[in-house]
Ligand binder design. Structure first.
Ligand SMILES: [Zn+2]
Length: 267
């Protein structure tokens, strides 16, 4: 089987290039993982890593960036910078890639946990992306770090934000990266929200494709950029809750429960 001809490989490479071109993956920052639809059962394991396997993933195949690899280098040499693994009950088996002997991204636990919870919500789920989106990270230094307030601010700054992020944007306080605890905390937030901001670090996003997951980051990042451009200026006009409710009505969207003030109906 020619692995490089699997459609997910070109999807993976294109996404790595896009993230890098936006300046959201300095040095080896950022990582991508995609669940594969192909049956790779004919490939023999190259080596195995013991890791915990969250529910629902056993027997699935996952493509993920390698530890310490630069996203900018993935399209030029996928076989050195990413790997394809079979997910087993007690670990992951490398089937292809990472030919220099390196391991998967240090955020593997976060990726596996996020895939597990999102598959429970949406069987079509496939992609998890982590990037250092500049304006979202900057916003975490100057904005309260709770899900509702953070989401409401983003919704109020870009008309389409509530359309694409009706479940809101979750926020985690600063935590050390690369730990199982951070991975579990991210996945816990992803039960309700497809996108989770890591304060002072970056953002995790999920979707049915890499493009879908990256698109969510682009929307939140644009709203965060607007926040940083205008938050110190006098606000003369805004997208208030009644306007946000109008958008939901027109677009047939159900916003996250309790995030908008619903006007009391007249007696
Ligand atoms: Zn990071």
């Amino acid at each position: 089987m020619d692995i490089l001809k699997i459609p997910a490989i070109s999807e993976f490479c294109r996404t790595a290039e896009l993230i890098h071109s936006r300046g959201w993956a300095e040095r080896n920052g950022g990582n991508i993982s995609l669940l594969l639809d192909e049956d790779l059962g004919s490939l023999a394991p190259i080596r195995k890593l013991p890791v915990g396997c969250p529910g629902g993933l056993e027997g699935r195949y996952i493509a993920i960036t390698g530890s310490g690899k630069y996203l900018r280098n993935v399209p030029r040499d996928p076989e050195s910078n990413m790997g394809i693994f079979r997910i087993c009950r007690d670990g992951v088996e490398l089937l292809w890639g990472l030919k220099d002997g390196s391991g998967p991204s240090s955020e593997l636990a976060a990726h596996l946990n996020c895939h597990s919870v999102r598959l429970n919500v949406d069987p079509a789920h496939r992609a998890v992306i982590h990037t250092h989106a500049t304006n979202l990270v900057a916003m975490t230094f100057v904005h309260p770090l709770n899900d509702r307030d953070f989401t409401r601010t983003l919704w109020s700054l870009l008309t389409e934000c509530i359309m694409f992020l009706p479940d809101g944007v979750a926020v985690l306080p600063w935590m050390p990266c690369g730990t199982e605890e951070t991975g579990r905390a991210t996945a816990e937030k992803m039960k309700e929200s497809r996108i989770v901001v890591w304060a002072h670090h970056g953002v995790f996003s999920s979707g049915t494709s890499a493009e879908d997951a990256l698109g969510l980051i682009e929307v939140a990042e644009k709203a965060a950029e607007i926040f940083l451009k205008i938050s110190h200026l006098p606000i003369l006009s805004k997208i208030d809750d009644s306007r946000l409710l109008d958008i939901c009505k027109v677009m047939n969207i159900v916003p996250r429960n309790g995030y908008l003030s619903i006007p009391e109906s007249p007696e």
